[in-house]
Design a protein around this ligand. Structure first.
Ligand code: GDG
Length: 462
């Protein structure tokens, strides 16, 4: 059996308590335990100059290997090209996209360094699995160094429409570099279609049967493998003592009031300002509901070195202040807006206490919160998931109440509908949702991708 070499921007520490590991980490660690191998990536630390020193960690049957980034790399590659160029562009936000040569050269430099540093860790029969927009050209860098292993790439975020991608000065080189892989995976058919549209229109690519795509002398397999969560574990979390405790805390603090919950990294792609505007509209147009509902928005800050993230934080501070100023009563606050993270069990209890889960990104590769909300519900009295059409998750979770997050009226109507939904309809919808979340969980995703990679013929360099 082939070993697995996983490469991603950040590596989850093997020592992290399992309750604090994200679903992706849990799945990758499980796959690594089964197959053996190593997980390579950035430590999260920076040094003044790049040393290339690898820090190995072993535990629970898994080896991780991390390197520090140079400060300049952190600025140009991570805060620069990854999070000021590719992230906004791939989330359809040309208006927020910064095009700086220093960023693209930093991105190229780090991917070359990653390839050179990980090279000695790759054994001849290993499967190599590269993750996400931080590392699109990594496969090509590995090929330049003579790596002939099967290499797969999975994109966690959307792939943008061709017209948007064309605004990236180096768009052609970026997409051509995808053809160094053997398998490229996307969360949904929409993102895959956008990729194929670019490839056929700009690179004279030919799309064959069963996902085979040819550009010049390279043929790769392009597939959709929607990521899931660790459903069974999350359902257990929702029944844990910590979850029960946090659910009680929510009930005690707002007796008789229905909770509407949102949980998102503080990021413009998650549509938080639009969500607040939708809720504000709901309060404005449903005076009879005031005092009977409240929203809890959990939004741990992220990427704080990037200006746009500071701006969105300031905007949300001011919006939540304005809404609370306008509508609060002496014994009621319409929005509780919290900028900190919580342990997973606590989060599961909060999801379970919520009558409505509001997951309304403007654009999202998948969105795991939607799936976690479903997994945490009480089967006898489930809440209602209100989900954006523009989350990848909407392609699987069709029985949610689907909304256009840009429309405050639609959002307000969806909140109203969710709050009024009779138990029988809530149960019927939830049963279909949980069925999908259980079947297509994170292990299913992981196996689907690895099986596709194993199945491609041996890599042949043209
Ligand atoms: C990218 C793509 C894709 C959040 N607050 C707390 C907390 N979280 C956890 C959630 C969830 C995770 O963070 C966020 O995952 P998402 O999928 O919602 O979003 P991104 O971080 O943008 O992830 C996305 C994903 O990759 C996987 O492919 O779905 O589209 O953008 O698991 O629960 N966890 C804890 N406390 C918090 O306060 N413990």
């Amino acid at each position: 059996m082939s070993r697995l070499v996983v490469i991603s921007n950040r590596v989850q520490s093997v020592d992290a308590p399992s309750g604090n590991q994200g679903g992706l980490a849990v799945a990758l660690l499980a796959a690594l335990r089964e197959k053996g191998g190593v997980w390579f990536g950035w430590s999260g630390e920076t040094t003044e100059t790049f040393t290339g020193h690898i820090n190995f960690q072993q535990g629970k049957g898994v080896t991780t290997a991390t390197i520090d980034l140079e400060e300049q790399d952190f600025d140009e590659y991570y805060n620069g090209y990854a999070n000021r160029t590719l992230w906004p562009l791939f989330h359809y936000r040309i208006d927020l996209t910064e095009f700086e040569r220093d960023f693209s050269s930093g991105y190229a430099r780090v991917n070359k360094r990653f390839a050179e540093t990980v090279l000695p860790l790759i054994e001849p029969d290993d499967l190599v699995w590269v993750h996400d927009y931080h590392h699109v050209p990594l496969g090509r860098e590995l090929r330049k160094l003579g790596v002939e292993n099967k290499i797969g790439f999975f994109l966690h975020i959307p792939w943008p429409p061709m017209a948007m991608l064309l605004s990236l000065p180096s768009h052609r080189a970026l997409v051509e570099s995808m053809f160094a892989y053997d398998v490229v995976g996307f969360q949904t058919q929409d993102w895959l279609d956008s990729f194929l549209h670019y490839v056929t229109s700009q690179l004279d690519g030919v799309v064959g049967e069963d996902g085979w795509v040819t550009v010049g002398d390279r043929t790769i397999k392009a597939i959709t493998t929607p990521i899931g969560i660790e459903t069974a574990d999350f359902e257990k979390s929702a029944n844990s003592d910590a979850a029960r405790h946090s659910k009680e805390r929510m009930y005690m603090s707002a007796t008789g009031r229905s909770l509407i919950v949102g949980v998102d990294r503080l990021d413009y792609s998650k549509g938080l300002a639009e969500r607040f505007a939708g809720y504000e509209r709901f309060l404005g147009s449903h005076p009879d509901r005031r005092g009977l509902v409240y929203m809890l928005q959990i939004a741990p800050p992220s990427r704080e070195k990037v200006d746009t993230y500071q701006e969105i934080r300031a905007n949300l501070d001011s919006m939540s202040g304005r809404i609370n100023g306008e509508y609060s009563d002496i014994d009621w606050t319409p929005i509780r807006y919290v900028n900190q993270g919580f342990p997973r069990d606590v989060l599961a209890g909060i999801y379970r206490a919520a009558r409505v889960g509001l997951v309304t990104p403007l654009r999202d590769g998948m969105n795991l919160v939607a799936k976690e909300y479903v997994a945490a519900q009480d089967p006898e009295d489930p809440g209602v998931l209100v989900l954006s059409h523009f989350a990848g998750a909407a392609t699987q979770l069709k029985d949610a109440v689907l909304v256009n997050p840009y429309s405050p009226e639609e959002m307000s109507d969806a909140i109203d509908r969710a709050l009024k939904m009779p138990l029988a309809e809530r149960k019927a919808r939830w049963e279909k949702l949980i069925d999908n979340v259980r079947k297509e969980d994170v292990m299913w995703w992981c196996e689907l991708f690895i099986t596709a990679l194993e199945a491609v013929p041996e890599h042949v360099e043209a």
